[in-house]
Every structure is written in C-alpha cells, then in structure tokens.
Design a protein around this ligand. Structure first.
Ligand code: NAD
Length: 467
C-alpha cells in the first residue's frame, strides 16, 4: 500500500459514537474533510439542523463543536457510496446490538450491519483504503471484515484497523478531547504498520503520543469488551454489597468511600444505584460470555454472566421495594419517575434501569408519570413497547409523560429517582411533599438527594444500601 496522507475521512454510522467522535476529529484536524454518513435520513437531517438544540445526540458542549466544524470540514450525508469512494480512511461506527434471533440469540453480537458495511465499502471502492473498526466487535471480527473486503473488493487493497471507542455518554466530548488513551490495533506487516501510523498521526493532533497505544488487532478488539466488563463488574460488586448494607445497617456510601481511598482500588465506579444501563455494558458482557462459551470456557463465561444477573437483581429489587413499601399493592396508584435516561447528561435511554423498573410496576397495574429533562414522550413509549409486555394502547394509558416535574409528582404516592440529573437536587421538595398523597415516599435509586432534609419535611425515604 502506497503511503498516503489522509485528507478525506468517511464514517459510516451517525449515532452516539460516530457523530461526536467525528465532530471532534474534524474540530481538531481542520485540514481533513470528515463526512459522516447514515442510511437514516431523519438522523442526518437532525445533524444538519440549523438549530443545534435539534442535534440527534445530546452531549454537553457537542453543539459548540458541531457549530465550529460543520460546513467547514465536517459534513453529514446519506450519500453513502459517494463518500466511501472519495475517502482514504473509512470508519465503521454502526450498531452491533445483541442478537435477537437464531444461533447466539440473547448473547452474541449481531454483526449483520458490520457485514453490510464491509460489502458496501468493497462495492463502492476503486482506490486503496484503510478501514477502521470503531464499533465494538467480538474478538476476531476483523478477520471476517478482511475476508469480505479482499474477496469482493475487485483488486483494491484494504488495511483493517481496530480502534475501539472508550467515550462515556454524558461526558463524550470531554472524553474525546482528553482521552485517557487511544487504542489502535493493526496487522504486524509493513502495510499494517503504515496504516496504524496514518491513524496515529490523526489522533496525534491533540492526544499526546504516549497515550496512543498500538497493539495487534485481536488484543484491541478484546480490550474494549474487557474494559466494559470490568467497569460493569465494579458496579455490580458495589450493588451486591448495597443489599448486604441494607440488612446489616452498614452504609454503602461509607463503604465505597472507605474502599475507594485505597489507591489500588480507586474511587470511580463505586456508586451504588438501581443498576447500570446503556447500550454497551450488558451487550458487551453478553458477547464476552458467548465468546467464552464458544471456546468451551464455561467457568469464564459463568463468572462474567454473574455481573448481568446481579444487575437484573438490583433493578427488580428496587421495584419490589416500592411495591412492598406501598403496602404490597401499587394497583391504580400514581408513581412519579424522575429520570428516564440511563444516566445524566445524555438523552440515550437504551437499557435504562427506568424501563425495567417501570415494566415491573406496570405489571402490578401502577400508573406511572415520568419527567426527564432530555427524553421525549415518544422515546419513553417506544422503550416500553419494545419489551412487548403489553399492548401499545395499555402503555399509553398507564404511562403519562410531563414536561413539568412538579406536575409529575402531584397526587403521587411515591417519587422514584431513576437518573442522577443534577436538577433533581435543587427542586423545592417541600412543595413536592405538599402536593403528594400521604405518607409521601421517596425511593432514591441514585442516592443523590439530601435524605435527612427530606425526612425533616416528612417524607419516608428509601435509599440504595442504607438501612
Ligand atoms: N454508545 C456508546 O456509548 C458507545 C461507546 C463506545 C462504543 N460504542 C460502540 O459503537 C458502535 C455504535 O454505537 P452507537 O451508540 O453510536 O450506535 P447508534 O445506534 O447510535 O448508531 C449507529 C448508526 O449506524 C447507522 N447504520 C447502521 N447500518 C448502517 C449502514 N449499513 N450504512 C449507514 N449507516 C448505518 C444507524 O442508522 C445508526 O444511526 C456500537 O458497536 C457500540 O457498541 C458505543
């Protein structure tokens, strides 16, 4: 492969990763033309919307980055083939959800969209390209991508790199601008090394060289799954102990602080909660479990599967606690949900704990009223309908979404905190108390409120990991 300078990048997939990642590359590399393509016309239109409040992804400061680069060297388009053809480097950033059918159903990653991308790149290319896997993929996926590209690419040469994304939603822009590390896996051949170098040179415009790690492709692919598995494991570990705290009068926040002060452990990711959500943790662990089983590594698979089981248990336990505290019946009772997104500072609701807690309560015929500062009613109904637990009409009649949090709490028996949005801490809780049915109860699934102050007002408070 002849050495070339990258002047045009194409990214396939304008989602939570493709959009912000490419926006930051374009911001930091004004000499490179970056075009993000997607088959979803509505999503592309939203990325091109003049009103930056309508961008399809909400992330703090993302609007500013897009405002700076869009139209200069950052573009969003549905002309997938043309943009691929013109680019020297093509990122694949499409979704890789858990399979919902066939072999590996419920565990393996569905690589349908990855394969489609590989075939489309092969068909559209008439010059050599570097193809970068940005999506999270099972270890050894690059082999399949390579096979498709080499056998259908009509003599064009492709180099495949793995460059998993470690950004966290809610802090995506900051994570991209000041990454702890960038990981690039490639082939250990002269062409492979040259391709790695081309990508290193891009990141080196703003990431210090010592933070750009290069490995073989398989280590890179597996490192992404492992990073998510270990992060989720910390959450499940602390959540498992939160149940023990409730039984023993220990306090989970005090335990977290005590163990987090140990520099070998560190304090991050030790906050007990109603359970982790998001599009990645569960999907990536299930994938790890599936891969381990497919290699016959039963103990390894069972070990990681437990992280998911504990998370499911934590969500169910929270819902059961609400039911028990409301005298074992929530039928016909209004329960206020503050928060629906899977974490604060994002509008992403995928696998959010709120969905499963709501589903549990709806099975008991509760009436749920929801407020989230960034999630719209349509998304909330969509999330519940996806579970197929009840009809769309039933979900519509049992779940009501408001734009005013005080309206949501009015006449409710209980308020449940499902997302740790900062604004919840600043509410007039006396006003909320006065508008609720008594005894007024708060279930703080994120341990963010001042529980003593709430008790003084008259609330009954349940918090995770506190007796
Ligand atoms: N969301 C995160 O926080 C995060 C973090 C790190 C890694 N990842 C990984 O990044 C990948 C993308 O995740 P996401 O959250 O951005 O997903 P997403 O669903 O938000 O976006 C994927 C986009 O790809 C588009 N797409 C699918 N097939 C296409 C095709 N053939 N041509 C053009 N467009 C196509 C879809 O229309 C969609 O807009 C996944 O593998 C995920 O595991 C996600």
């Amino acid at each position: 492969m002849e050495k070339k300078k990258i002047t045009k990048i194409c990214c396939i997939g304008a989602g939570y990763v493709g959009g912000p990642t490419m926006a930051v590359i374009a911001q930091k590399c004004p000499h490179i033309q970056v075009t993000v393509v997607d088959i979803n016309q509505a999503r592309i239109d939203a990325w091109n919307d003049e009103n930056l409040e309508n961008l399809p992804v909400y992330e703090p400061d993302l609007d500013q980055v897009v405002a700076e680069a869009r139209g200069r060297n950052l573009f969003f388009s549905t002309e997938v083939d043309t943009v691929i053809k013109e680019a020297e480097m093509v990122f694949i950033s499409v979704n890789t959800p858990t399979k919902t059918y066939g072999e590996g159903k419920g565990q393996a990653a569905d690589l349908k969209w990855i394969e489609l991308c590989a075939r489309q790149i092969a068909a559209a290319s008439d010059s050599d390209k570097i193809v970068v896997e940005k999506s999270t993929l099972p270890v050894r996926t690059a082999e399949a991508v390579k096979d498709i590209l080499r056998n259908t690419g009509g003599g064009v040469k492709f180099q495949i790199l793995s460059n998993p994304e470690f950004l966290a939603e809610g802090t995506a822009v900051e994570d991209l601008q000041q990454a702890d590390r960038v990981l690039i896996g490639g082939e250990n051949s002269p062409e492979g090394k040259e391709a790695i170098q081309a990508l290193v040179d891009i990141y080196a415009h703003w990431i210090p060289r010592e933070k750009i790690l290069t490995t073989n492709v398989w280590s890179s692919e597996l490192s992404k799954l492992t990073a998510n598995a270990v992060l989720a494991q910390r959450v499940s570990s602390i959540n498992s102990l939160s149940e023990l705290c409730e039984a023993t009068e220990a306090d989970i926040d005090e335990v977290s602080r005590a163990i987090g002060a140990d520099s070998r452990i560190g304090k991050k990711f030790l906050k007990a909660s109603v359970g982790f959500g998001g599009s990645c943790f569960q999907k990536d662990i299930l994938n790890l479990v599936y891969i381990s089983r497919s290699y016959g590594l039963t103990e390894v698979a069972d070990y990681w599967e437990q992280v998911i089981k504990m998370n499911d248990h934590q969500k169910g336990r929270f819902a059961k606690k609400i039911i028990k505290s409301l005298y074992n019946t929530v039928s016909g009772k209004k329960i206020a949900f503050l928060g629906w997104a899977f974490k604060k500072d994002t509008n992403d609701t995928r696998e959010s704990a709120a969905i499963y807690v709501a589903d549990h309560l709806l099975n008991e015929k509760a009436i749920i009223s929801v407020y989230d500062p960034k999630v719209k009613e349509k998304q909330i109904q969509f999330d519940l309908n996806c579970l197929q637990t009840r009809s769309e009409e039933e979900n519509r009649s049992l779940v009501n979404v408001e734009v005013d949090p005080y309206e949501v709490c009015k006449d409710s028996h209980a308020v449940a905190i499902l997302t740790e949005w900062d604004e919840f801490k600043t509410y007039d809780w006396q006003k909320i108390y006065d508008s609720m049915l008594k005894p007024a109860q708060v279930f703080d699934g994120r341990n963010i409120l001042d529980h003593e102050a709430l008790r003084k007002i008259g609330f009954r408070v349940y918090a995770i990991g506190k007796s």
